[in-house]
Design a protein around this ligand. Structure first.
Ligand SMILES: [Zn+2]
Length: 473
């Protein structure tokens, strides 16, 4: 069935989604050239308020760096890193030497279908294109072979990558507040991109000369860290000393003589020592103390999170778009679960009463440790957490952030418990009465301004929700 697309004059045109929150709870979804469907409107989609602290400019509660809003990162990945599907589909044929005519018939069919759809939706990347109703409909009636073909084409499209110069410029536009390691990585990449502006970062890192450069520096660091282990081994009782010496010898071999294509070397080295010390529970107190020190030293072996060289070596092997992606992911505003141990089985843990905003890197580094561990690594964490609480309280008091009035006080106790009293926050600046007043004012202004907006402004121009949010303060 083909229905002529209707044009809806509201300020809420968001790609294919239009809604009319002023007249009723209706979300009208229009799919260009295709169908029109009606759904219940989620009341939070278009309002003058923000309901998610990941969409605010906040400093990480752990490291204190300014984080990128969640939506900014999504937008960057989808619109800056990934090529629109219509371009990517062409590029895979010559950049990846992927000759469509030599492929099996199911793949050719899928490719041609996608190409036709991509031509109609030139602003969508491959993932977005696959999510359109037309392609979803196609997937429903497709066979297994075609599904595999679709997956392959999708993955190939996602590997089509921009020039290094373009990527560096786009990252710079985000004004990233990188941590030390990421900043060093970014500066190196910037320098490399100046030498090879039109090549992709991936190709640059895979140039033999450059690959060798980072690899040698990495090996040098790995060796110098390992060389600090023997004096500790000598202090162990003979039984453990012998096992540790074997592990050490193996480690030198892994780092220095194994092929450079083998991955997870650092992890394997740590595992060798874990294996050597597996019966340490029976050892003397001194043995226990020394093995702990050895394991701490090994934890300091360079990895892609703490060392530029390890990062370059690792990411020279990955998907070409993995480099810009991981860099922004590390400074993305994410929800950290304050009580991690309940994550899986306590329903209460997955709500905002249990969320603190941490950058992607700090969130990842913490894993399931308590905040006591985070405070040890980042002694400024209590101060940084208070700063974030103050920032959020300010957003609440100004009427921008809704449904968070009780959050500052809700989070107080869990933060204290998780950090064993190291993180004590002050919420005295919170003014719920003021917040309520500000929100009423805000809603009033919003309703007035939106309903008086002339229709000429409200054409097919794309209004994205994050842009509206940005304009609010
Ligand atoms: Zn952080």
């Amino acid at each position: 069935m083909k229905i002529t697309p209707i044009r809806i004059f509201t300020p809420y045109i968001n790609q294919n989604v239009c809604n009319t929150p002023l007249t009723g709870n209706l979300l009208i979804k229009t799919y260009p050239y295709d169908t029109v469907s009606f759904k219940k409107l989620n009341k939070k989609e278009h309002t003058p308020f923000i309901y998610d602290t990941r969409e605010l400019d906040l400093h990480c509660a752990c490291c204190g760096k300014l984080m990128l809003k969640n939506n900014t990162v999504n937008e960057f990945i989808n619109k800056k890193i990934y090529f629109p599907a219509n371009i990517a589909l062409k590029k895979i044929t010559y950049e990846q030497n992927f000759q469509i005519k030599d492929q099996p018939i199911p793949l050719q069919k899928v490719y041609n279908f996608l190409k036709r759809e991509a031509a109609k939706n030139t602003d969508l990347n491959i993932e977005e294109l696959i999510n359109t109703p037309k392609v979803q409909e196609y997937i429903k009636r497709t066979n297994q072979e075609q599904l595999i073909a679709l997956e392959e084409i999708k993955n190939r499209c996602k590997r089509v990558s921009h020039s290094s110069q373009y990527i560096i410029n786009e990252i710079e536009k985000l004004n990233p507040d990188f941590q030390q390691t990421e900043n060093a990585i970014f500066q190196d990449l910037k320098l490399l991109s100046k030498n090879y502006p039109s090549e992709t970062l991936y190709n640059i890192l895979n140039k033999p000369k450059i690959k060798e450069f980072y690899l040698q520096k990495l090996q040098k660091k790995q060796n110098s860290k390992l060389k600090k282990v023997p004096p500790l081994i000598q202090q162990l009782s003979p039984e453990f000393a012998q096992k540790a010496s074997i592990a050490l010898e193996e480690s030198f071999r892994i780092f220095n003589t194994e092929s450079t294509d083998i991955i997870h070397k650092r992890t394997r080295v740590i595992e060798k020592f874990e294996e050597a010390f597996k019966d340490i529970a029976d050892g003397s107190p001194l043995d226990k103390e020394i093995t702990k020190l050895i394991m701490e030293r090994l934890e300091n072996l360079p990895d892609s999170k703490n060392d530029v060289n390890a990062f370059m070596v690792k990411y020279s092997r990955k998907n070409p778009n993995a480099i810009p992606k991981i860099l922004v992911e590390r400074i993305r505003n994410t929800n950290d679960h304050v009580k991690p141990e309940h994550r899986k089985y306590d329903e209460g843990a997955n709500n905002k009463k249990n969320y603190l905003n941490l950058c992607g890197k700090c969130n990842h580094n913490r894993k399931t440790e308590s905040y006591l561990y985070s405070v040890k690594k980042n002694p400024d964490m209590p101060k940084n957490t208070q700063r974030q609480i103050d920032e959020i309280i300010d957003f609440i008091n100004r009427g921008i952030l809704a449904e968070y009035d009780s959050w500052p006080n809700d989070i107080k106790e869990p933060l204290g418990l998780e950090s064993e009293g190291k993180i004590v926050i002050d919420t005295s600046k919170l003014d719920v009465q003021k917040a309520k007043k500000e929100r009423t004012k805000r809603l009033q202004e919003y309703l007035e301004s939106e309903s008086h907006r002339p229709q000429s402004e409200l054409t097919d121009k794309i209004y994205r929700p994050y842009e509206k949010k940005n304009r609010m303060y």
